[in-house]
Design a binder for this molecule. Structure first.
Ligand SMILES: [Zn+2]
Length: 296
């Protein structure tokens, strides 16, 4: 899927199009009345209500401007030790890099990789196994990690509090990049290239940041996991069981939706299925998504 964004083009490269988690486990505070009222929007792409499952895509976004090719979030990867998630464990043959090439993006042509946060579904393709070790998948890229995000995870690794799933993700997909001297630690407001800057989106993790795009003609926010599912547009206070600070996550969503509502700001969440992006419209004292992928 490709769409124009001001002077840039964006390709959505999917790594897993059908990842399901029991909704009772992932969204324990969901409002069943809201789900029923908006069932026509939420099914079939975002929920399987009969089966009790919430549904997600895991995908990267490649944004190309005249000067810069940027990959946002690097998904699951291959050959990685992920026993907690059997469909991702020691995975092979995903076709992700072939899909990237078919979109006209050679891995060697990527200038920047930015991970919105350092969970395993956002760092996996940072590295590939080669010569008996984990080497950068994008050989000419600088990898941008949020300074607060990386430092918090390194503290958790040192004190043993990191979940084993994410600890292994750091060890095979983040630390090898740092040790290879390919990482740049970046902060709130960092300008990736003209018109693109980092915006803090705390809550899912404390150090999560998104990429705000402000071109003369178009505006967008690549918002990572600040929003996992369109249900959260109808119910902004709804965090997930994987969010470290639900109250702050809720405030972040309110901030994002208020700024995007009834404006040209397109939201590009990491996990919406159907390769969907959303405009936010005000409705009945709250918000509703208007999906817009503007195929190019
Ligand atoms: Zn995620």
């Amino acid at each position: 899927m490709r769409f124009p964004l001001g002077e840039a083009i964006v390709d959505i490269i999917v790594d897993d199009d059908d990842f399901s988690i029991p909704m009772s486990e992932f969204f324990p505070d969901r409002d069943p009345e809201l789900i029923e009222r908006h069932r026509g929007v939420l099914e079939p792409d975002f929920f399987d209500l009969a089966g009790g499952m919430a549904k997600f895509a895991i995908q990267s976004f490649v944004l190309r401007t005249a000067t810069t090719t940027l990959l946002i979030d690097s998904c699951i990867g291959e050959g990685k030790d992920r026993p907690e998630i059997p469909v991702w464990h020691e995975r092979r043959g995903s076709g992700f890099l072939d899909r990237l090439r078919r979109a006209g993006v050679d891995p060697a042509a990527i200038d920047l990789v930015f991970c919105t946060h350092l969970h395993v579904d956002h760092v996996g393709w940072n590295t590939q196994r080669a010569n008996g070790r984990w080497e950068p998948s994008f050989p000419n890229a600088r990898y941008l990690f949020g300074r607060n995000e990386l430092n918090a995870w390194m503290d958790q690794l040192r004190d043993g509090s990191a979940l084993p799933l994410h600890a292994r993700g750091l060890e095979d997909s983040v630390i090898p990049i740092v040790e290879a001297g390919r990482a740049d630690l970046v902060d709130d407001g960092y300008e990736l290239c003209a018109g693109l800057r980092l915006l803090p989106l705390p809550g899912h993790t404390n150090g999560q940041m998104g990429v705000a795009v402000d071109f003369a003609r178009d505006r967008a926010l690549f918002c990572g996991d600040a929003v996992h599912n369109p249900l959260q547009i109808f119910q902004p206070g709804l965090s997930t069981s994987t969010c470290v600070d639900p109250r702050t996550g809720s405030e972040t969503r309110q901030m994002i939706f208020a700024e995007a509502a009834d404006s040209s700001r397109l939201l590009v969440p990491a996990h919406f299925r159907g390769q969907r992006c959303a405009h936010i419209h005000s409705a009945g004292g709250g918000y509703e998504p208007v999906f817009d992928v503007r195929p190019g």
